[in-house]
Design a protein around this ligand. Structure first.
Ligand SMILES: NC(=O)c1ccc[n+]([C@@H]2O[C@H](COP(=O)([O-])OP(=O)(O)OC[C@H]3O[C@@H](n4cnc5c(N)ncnc54)[C@H](OP(=O)(O)O)[C@@H]3O)[C@@H](O)[C@H]2O)c1
Length: 159
């Protein structure tokens, strides 16, 4: 079985999104996401995927939806989590869970590693990252950074 990674960014109050979008613009975190997932397979929920609406070059995208009619160019569609994980295993690349809330909740117990950018602010939002610290008890690495608006830390956690 390929290693299963979760990658996410959340505020101190665990917000990950607001009205279908990210509530912040942090270029360094976006570039980190692209760099880490390059060459891998990213599994997104349909709503998270529709925020940008196209697959990233350099990685394979699987979108989870229960709508059997849903299609998007260069995207693999999966109608169950098991289907998505099977397709990802077949591709043989590193596997990344890219959100949103529902997909993070469904995968947090089975993931091996968590790449979490914590934004050191209380942010208003309507979707949340699950409580993770009872599952991911080991800190593998941490790197602090900031932009004009936020301080944030890139954490890697393991179980
Ligand atoms: N900060 C971050 O790191 C980050 C990362 C990603 C997303 N986000 C934010 O998260 C928000 C979107 O998250 P969300 O929780 O609303 O939605 P989501 O998890 O992205 O998507 C939910 C949808 O995915 C499909 N789905 C989920 N589990 C499935 C399963 N087991 N089998 C089949 N289909 C399944 C369903 O699609 P259908 O309704 O089509 O059936 C479901 O409605 C946005 O605000 C986005 O900006 C933040």
């Amino acid at each position: 079985m390929k290693q299963l990674n979760i990658i996410a960014a959340c505020s101190e109050n665990r917000v990950i999104g607001r009205a279908g979008r990210l509530p912040w613009k942090i270029n360094e975190d976006w570039n980190y996401f692209i760099r880490k997932t390059k060459g891998g397979t990213i599994i997104f929920g349909r709503k998270a995927f529709e925020e940008f609406g196209y697959p990233f070059s350099g990685s394979q995208t699987i979108v989870l939806t229960r709508n059997h009619e849903w299609r998007c160019k260069d995207v693999i569609v999966a109608t169950s989590l098991q289907d998505a994980l099977n397709r990802a295993q077949e591709l043989g690349n590193e596997i990344w869970i890219g959100g949103g809330q529902h997909v993070y909740e469904e995968t947090i117990t089975m993931a091996d590693t968590l790449y979490l950018t914590v934004i050191h602010a209380e942010v208003e939002g309507d979707v949340y990252f699950p409580v993770w610290d009872s599952f991911f008890t080991k800190t593998i690495s941490r790197h602090e950074s900031r932009n004009d608006d936020f301080r944030y830390t890139f954490f890697v956690f393991a179980k």
